[in-house]
Design a protein around this ligand. Structure first.
Ligand SMILES: *[C@@H]1O[C@H](CO)[C@@H](O)[C@H](O)[C@H]1NC(C)=O
Ligand SMILES: *[C@@H]1O[C@H](CO)[C@@H](O)[C@H](O)[C@H]1NC(C)=O
Ligand SMILES: *[C@@H]1O[C@H](CO)[C@@H](O)[C@H](O)[C@H]1NC(C)=O
Length: 352
């Protein structure tokens, strides 16, 4: 209730509308609600929009005002991140429908959300740089000379350095403005996972080439450095989620750092996701919007999408449906395609 009052005081009715859609947020992820705001650039007074936007903290508001053109990319980055999170978790009980619930703070799920959203901003800002939409950046001018295979770099290389730097500045600022929280284990974990998200792009940059020349010959080859698709970034991070390391903060000389709880496990790399707390049991969870009822599941799978796990052992219903469709189509000279009609049986299982 405290948060409701504060938001109402700060942001008026606008925040109230958002509260209807969002469960109580962890502070660090509140900026993600930008994903639901319309284009800032199209607002009457975009600078006000920075003040009024939900979930931005002091430094983020300043960055917003100083980089209004970049903010639309940030907004797109947030939206794409949530979309990708929901895609990667589509066959699990927690399906990323409430990314910022307090109960998730410090868990593997939260680690994934931090990483994918930091990556989303870096990816979207970088893309806008390449498209020439922003004043402050363009293609990466540092990629020049000759490729290892002997082709000349030309074409527009994605300026991931700029996108990552902006993401770091904007997304990490919540942890950086509060000096004390940087030293807290939660703050360190969030910063690590944000960085791991950006690394998932940086370490997977690709070389793209295009041939030019008479009738498909490759006399001139144009190459540039390109970001992986965001789907690929999501897949990389999902793998990191599956192999995430449980850590605790330890004091070493004057520094505090995150170390694996189990000393026999290998030390996490800067690309790995780390977490502090076990995930809640989503079957018993009181998180809004999480519950198996109505979810589709796979009757024969033993994995997270299987009815046993997905439905929390509460049972499921299987419906067999028939569908008629064209099949065994043959081409007859000339010029007709003749098909038969087949009946296809389909099973759809749904949790109770
Ligand atoms: C922002 O909020 C102020 C005061 O709450 C209001 O006067 C102004 O119209 C709002 N601007 C936008 C763009 O919503
Ligand atoms: C996520 O799961 C909830 C119930 O657990 C369901 O209502 C919602 O439609 C699902 N969302 C997506 C994007 O699959
Ligand atoms: C269900 O799970 C089985 C076994 O894992 C798999 O072979 C099958 O393709 C799955 N079906 C669907 C519709 O995903």
């Amino acid at each position: 209730m405290q948060r409701v009052h504060r938001c109402l005081l700060n942001h008026g009715g606008f925040a109230f509308v958002l509260l209807l859609f969002w469960t109580p947020a962890t502070e660090q992820l509140r900026w993600l609600s930008l994903a639901r705001v319309g284009s800032l650039a199209s607002m009457d007074s975009p600078s006000d929009a920075c003040d009024n936007s939900t979930g931005l903290v002091g430094r983020q508001v300043k960055l917003c005002k100083r980089n209004l053109d970049v903010m639309d990319s940030v907004r797109r980055g947030a939206a794409v991140a949530i979309e990708e999170c929901q895609y990667q978790f589509r066959s699990r009980l927690w399906n990323c429908s409430n990314v910022d619930a307090v109960r998730l703070s410090g868990t593997r799920e939260s680690a994934f959300v931090h990483a994918i959203s930091a990556a989303g901003v870096a990816h979207a800002v970088t893309r806008s740089c390449s498209m020439g939409e922003l004043n402050k950046c363009g293609c990466d001018a540092n990629v020049k000379g000759t490729t290892p295979e002997g082709y000349h770099w030309s074409g527009c290389s994605d300026n991931i350095a700029f996108g990552s730097a902006f993401s770091k500045n904007f997304v990490d600022s919540r942890e950086r403005t509060k000096k004390r929280s940087v030293k807290s284990s939660r703050g360190l974990v969030n910063l690590h996972n944000n960085q791991a998200g950006r690394k998932a792009i940086e370490y997977n940059m690709e070389v793209a080439c295009k041939c030019h020349g008479v009738s498909g010959s490759c006399e001139i080859k144009t190459c540039w450095r390109a970001m992986p698709s965001f789907r690929q970034v999501g897949a990389v991070l999902k793998e990191k989620f599956d192999g995430a390391t449980e850590v605790a903060i330890r004091k070493r000389a004057t520094r505090r750092r995150l170390e694996p709880v189990n000393p026999r496990f290998k030390f996490h790399a800067d690309t790995d996701l780390v977490y502090l707390d076990p995930s809640p049991d989503f079957c018993r969870s009181d998180l809004a919007g999480i519950g198996p009822a109505g979810r589709q599941c796979n009757r024969t799978s033993r994995s997270t999408d299987g009815c046993e796990i997905m439905c929390c052992g509460r049972g499921f219903r299987t419906q067999r449906t028939q569908r008629r469709e064209r099949c065994k189509c043959k081409f007859h000279w000339c010029c007709e395609v003749r098909c038969q009609e087949c009946v296809k049986f389909e099973e759809i299982s749904t949790c109770q």
